[in-house]
Design a protein around this ligand. Structure first.
Ligand SMILES: Cc1cc2nc3c(=O)[nH]c(=O)nc-3n(C[C@H](O)[C@H](O)[C@H](O)COP(=O)(O)OP(=O)(O)OC[C@H]3O[C@@H](n4cnc5c(N)ncnc54)[C@H](O)[C@@H]3O)c2cc1C
Length: 505
């Protein structure tokens, strides 16, 4: 940190101490830690607090498990799985079958998702967390002071708190949208009747996963993206592999289309878009808004307390995940910068440990190796930098690729498509980042996550035995491609002379 950085931190620290002092500190606290929000971030925070024997209360106003269990990861992955079964059935010939017909009811597929949620639910339940030593409170929490939270009309006190209130779908102020019963990732799971035509606004991971699934389930999906391509955080060639599959499966993909309003006239619902200076109208029965997520920061006392909120609407946190109040910590979607279950859980450890042990011991959150996956087919998984970011940040890199169309197991599985892209420090095997596109990319990336976390280079991956035939061999083969490009030419010339000499004569 530079001089200015330190100054700002010091000033912030003094200010926050002063702010805290303006509130009377109870002589005794009910809890060591109060956690607000029982999603991924809140569950893990309270679990860690209970594991280190702190007295901890977890307050959840709706459903334990939050978005991930109820409206996010779990239902979306269940939907993707059912849709994939259909996609396989449609490719039956490729597997040597003449014909496969699947008879299904949309409603039953959507019901299965609820069964999956029910099956996972005990992992996040009040019963489980109570048995782990967490005091679970069902109710709407309101922060009354840095030490006090009101819930169900009762004031409870704590030495520290963690805000883990998550995020919700961002809904744009599109004229006409509120008259058309739009869907979001919160409500789409209630669909039981299959729409004929569905428009999905937003080509990020959530929009893409849902668009492909519904298209596969027989809905005519139009995916609308304002920018030039879907999955804008990923490299262009990576996004193109996904786009071309979407188109091949019959989805209408409209990039460079900006939705401007919804036309509900004449019993026909249409989204009005602007594209290249022209007006385009797309009819739909259902419209799903997948335009990002907004942090839940309003209506529970943060504004009154003047907890700092960033311009993008998330709670500001320092590297220790503290807000501008030294005893109020934050983790998960409500602060970002990543909005994944695994990053929420990662942050939760830091927030809980720092909240309970600071100033005796505190840790800066480590964002150095963050992986994620988008569960489209093909899947896209990433850790570290991609080409786009390396160029933006002016970081020199060397690119090595391996085409999964060449991989024995992928060929046997009829999944011989996609690629592995590895960015390394020029002339060295140190990994800067990896993107994998293909079947089970989200699982395959794990080897590179470990490698990056523990500083293992491509030589180490190449020197590791990978079981034959597996998709994971792709990781070894990309390392092999890197090695081929860096073979010791001078040594090999010398060895060639040595072998010639040994031939005699
Ligand atoms: C469709 C979809 C698919 C996704 N797929 C994946 C995926 O495959 N992998 C992945 O890693 N991530 C995925 N995510 C993202 C993931 O769900 C979130 O990153 C994660 O749930 C964030 O957890 P959280 O604890 O921060 O917030 P949340 O899960 O939103 O939990 C916050 C909780 O706080 C409660 N709350 C809010 N205010 C109060 C209050 N005042 N009092 C009491 N309780 C309150 C809410 O009711 C909620 O339960 C997906 C998200 C969506 C929408």
């Amino acid at each position: 940190m530079n001089h200015n950085g330190w100054n700002r931190t010091l000033v912030g620290f003094i200010k926050s101490r002063r702010m805290l002092k303006t509130y009377p500190r109870p002589s005794r606290f009910d809890y060591n830690l109060i956690v607000i929000g029982g999603g991924s971030a809140g569950l893990v925070s309270s679990y860690i607090a209970a594991a280190v024997k702190a007295k901890v209360a977890l307050i959840e106003r709706h459903k334990m498990g939050g978005d991930c269990l109820n409206t996010g990861c779990v239902p979306s992955k269940a939907l993707i799985r059912s849709a994939k079964m259909l996609a396989y059935a449609r490719r039956a010939k490729a597997f040597g079958f003449r014909k496969t017909e699947i008879d299904f009811k949309f409603a039953e597929v959507m019901e299965r998702i609820q069964r999956v949620i029910k099956k996972v639910e005990p992992h996040d339940s009040i019963e489980r967390y109570s048995s782990l030593g967490v005091e679970c409170i069902t109710g709407d929490a309101s922060i009354r002071s840095p030490y006090e939270v009101e819930v169900n009309g009762k004031l409870i006190t704590s030495r520290a708190m963690i805000i883990a209130t998550g995020a919700r779908p961002m809904v744009p102020p599109l004229p006409g949208l509120d008259q058309c019963d739009y869907l979001t990732s919160d409500t789409v799971w209630d669909l039981r009747e299959r729409p004929e035509r569905m428009v999905i606004l937003g080509g990020g991971p959530i929009g893409c996963e849902l668009a492909q699934s519904f298209q596969r389930l027989g809905v005519a999906v139009t995916l609308i993206q304002r920018g030039p391509r879907i999955l804008p955080r990923e490299d262009e060639d990576v996004a193109e592999l996904v786009s071309s599959r979407f188109r091949a499966e019959g989805m209408q993909l409209l990039t460079r289309h900006a939705a401007t309003s919804i036309d509900n006239s004449d019993d026909l619902k249409q989204v009005v878009c602007e594209s290249n200076g022209k007006q385009v109208k797309i009819a739909f029965d259902q419209i799903l808004i997948a335009l990002g997520r907004k942090a839940n920061v309003q209506g529970f006392g943060l504004e009154e307390l003047q907890v700092n909120i960033a311009q993008r609407g998330t709670l500001v946190a320092d590297p220790f995940l503290r807000t501008n109040f030294p005893n109020i910590y934050v983790c998960g979607d409500v602060t970002g910068p990543y909005q994944f279950t695994h990053t929420a859980a990662h942050q939760a450890w830091y927030a809980a440990v720092n909240a309970l042990f600071s100033p005796l011991k505190k840790f800066k959150v480590d964002y150095s190796v963050i992986p994620w996956a988008t569960y489209t087919d093909p899947e896209v998984a990433r850790v570290g930098l991609n080409e786009l970011e390396a160029k933006e940040q002016n970081i020199a890199y060397e690119l090595t690729t391996y085409g999964i169309d060449d991989l024995d197991r992928a060929i046997a599985d009829e999944e011989d498509h996609g690629l592995v892209k590895v960015l390394t420090v020029p002339g060295r095997d140190k990994i800067l980042g990896v993107t994998i596109v293909g079947s089970h990319a989200g699982d395959l990336i794990a080897e590179f996550v470990t490698a990056m976390k523990y500083g293992l280079g491509l030589n180490k991956i190449l020197g590791t035995i990978h079981i034959y035939p597996t998709l994971a061999e792709a990781n070894k083969y990309v390392a092999g491609n890197w090695k081929k490009a860096h073979k010791p030419e001078a040594l090999l010339r010398w060895v060639e002379r040595f072998h010639r000499w040994r031939l005699g004569g």
